[in-house]
Unconditional design. Sequence first.
Length: 148
Amino acid sequence: MNRPLRERPIEILLVEDSPSDAQLAIEALQSAKIANRLSHVEDGVQAMQFLRREGPYREAPRPDLILLDLNLPRKDGREVLEELKEDPQLKRIPVVVLTTSRAEQDVLRSYALHANCYITKPVDFTQFMEVVKSIEHFWLAVVTLPRE
């Protein structure tokens, strides 16, 4: 099957406070077959500044996809998800919740806040890499993402 060539790389925002999980995701996405540019922030306050292009993020690219951890310092991922889905300029950006929480209440709340999917991070290194690669394949190769 022939897919049309993308006119520009996919912009991904990774919102992750764990340095080891962030590094694994970055490495997996850097090895992707689909051209992408990854930005990384470590907490919910930075995420909203990035998305609203405020402060040090005035020149930030508009992400095509957000990978969001729920358990973040300063402003947690649930609050970030709620704020961005209430913002008319941001609500179309797909959000993949990628978190350690298996709690049913987190799954239900994330979907109620319009997360596009919910994935529990595996503890195993190899499985974690496979999960990120499957996200990459589905969201960057299969799905048509909205453009700004």
